[in-house]
Design a protein around this ligand. Structure first.
Ligand SMILES: [Zn+2]
Length: 156
């Protein structure tokens, strides 16, 4: 098998694992590029984000050896949109564990939305604002993306 075939096999396994999660769904915006994923995920429970659905892009060009580039594509009040995110332990090549599951990355992305302190990582909105979060949450369940994600029909 070529390197790309091996990586495709790994990604197919990850896709299968993700399908078992009730909290996230993957989409493929570019049918010709299996290394570019869009993922819709639920906001963290017991937080102002609960009930919201957020959409991210993962560029898995060097996965699983290197971390993906992560961007958030809809407004959440937690992260700046379309900005490479720095998620502790998951985006820095130095502390990346090769093979970290994509679903684990997305779980962290959801959990860290509600992080109250230590919002210094790039892509994090420094001060959480409850009104903004709620406004974004209400808009998030109507969000549509060119990849085919339609949040008004997702997780029903
Ligand atoms: Zn999308």
């Amino acid at each position: 098998m070529t390197v790309d075939q091996t990586r495709m096999k790994i990604l197919a396994k990850q896709f299968g694992d993700m399908k078992k999660s009730p909290n996230m769904v993957a989409f493929f915006p570019d049918k010709m590029n299996p290394f570019n994923w869009h993922i819709s995920f639920k906001g963290p429970v017991d937080s102002d984000f609960q009930g919201g659905i957020y959409h991210c892009q993962l560029k898995l060009k060097d996965y699983p050896d290197k971390p993906p580039e992560i961007r958030i594509l809809n407004e959440s009040g937690a992260y700046y949109i379309d900005t490479p995110l720095c998620i502790h332990g998951l985006s820095n090549p130095q502390d990346w564990t090769p093979g970290t599951q994509i679903s684990i990355i997305v779980e962290a992305l959801s959990m860290y939305m509600n992080l109250r302190t230590d919002r210094g990582g790039s892509g994090f909105i420094r001060q959480l604002n409850q009104d903004v979060i709620k406004k974004c949450r209400d808009a998030s369940i109507k969000f549509k993306c060119a990849c085919g994600a339609d949040h008004s029909t997702l997780f029903k």
